[in-house]
Design a protein around this ligand. Structure first.
Ligand code: SF4
Length: 251
């Protein structure tokens, strides 16, 4: 049976989610509830048979349909580009991801996984699937949203222990990783916490880049549309100095 992926949206010319120009695939579904999420419309997990009842613009696609669409833009990718799969949380559809990345590699397409790793565990059946997925993944963009687990839970609804364990596992297998940290004034920019994050990253051997992503409010209208209370209403976006200071500490 051909496996189906539940897709929130795609973008043809991504230039910041991995190297080069990339075709971006945003998968539907996420179990985290980050207070600054700019895509809350990706949260709802869609299962076979209920894709039409959510009222959301979710499409379904097979691996070949997605890759055929992506390859229309292949001439723009250059030597470094390819596809990036993001979300939502792409790992919630790990079986589909395995099929997608393995077929992408058969077609000679560079693959990048953008994840917050919330589903990560070394328990089965997930772990064997993740090991297999990593064999056809060229780069992982790993979000670390807060180094303090309790603050991480407040910010996202989940603790960070398994996410940090995912970072350790990726180091063990020497998978190239870019770390991403969203900088939210007063919430994720505490100097001591940033230094702690840097110390943690120093224990890893596979980090190619650390990106500070400034908090922005471009997605707040979606919270209103979905009738969800946006709790960071009074939080400003970071200043250039705040961004520069954070970059000096963790990048
Ligand atoms: S992990 Fe990403 S998609 Fe999920 S809630 Fe957080 S920011 Fe939103």
């Amino acid at each position: 049976m051909t496996r189906i992926g539940y897709i929130h949206s795609t973008e043809s010319f991504g230039s910041v989610d991995g190297p080069g120009i990339r075709f971006l695939i945003f998968m539907q579904g996420c179990h985290m509830r980050c207070r600054y999420c700019h895509n809350p419309d990706t949260w709802k997990t869609i299962k076979s048979g209920n894709s039409g009842e959510s009222g959301l613009s979710v499409t379904t696609a097979t691996v070949d349909e997605l890759l055929d669409k992506a390859e229309r833009y292949r001439s723009y990718w250059g030597p470094d580009g390819g596809i990036t799969v993001s979300g939502g949380e792409a790992l919630l559809q790990i079986d589909f991801l395995i099929d997608l990345f393995e077929e992408a590699h058969r077609r000679g397409i560079n693959t990048c996984l953008d994840t917050a790793a919330q589903p990560f565990t070394r328990e089965e059946p997930f772990f064997s699937k993740f090991e297999r997925l990593m064999k056809s993944t060229d780069l992982v963009l790993l979000d670390i949203k807060h180094i303090d687990s309790e603050k991480h839970r407040w910010l996202t609804g989940h603790s960070n222990e398994n996410i940090l364990d995912c970072a350790r596992y990726l180091s063990e297998i020497e998978k190239p990783v870019w770390i991403r940290h969203v900088l939210v004034p007063g919430i994720t920019d505490d100097e001591e916490q940033l230094k702690q994050l840097r110390l943690t990253l120093d224990t890893l051997h596979n980090i190619q880049k650390v990106e500070v992503l400034p908090y922005h409010t471009l997605g707040t209208f979606k919270w209103e549309q979905l009738g969800i209370d946006y709790t960071l209403k009074d939080v400003p976006t970071p200043t250039a100095e705040q961004i520069s200071r954070a970059r000096k500490i963790i990048s």
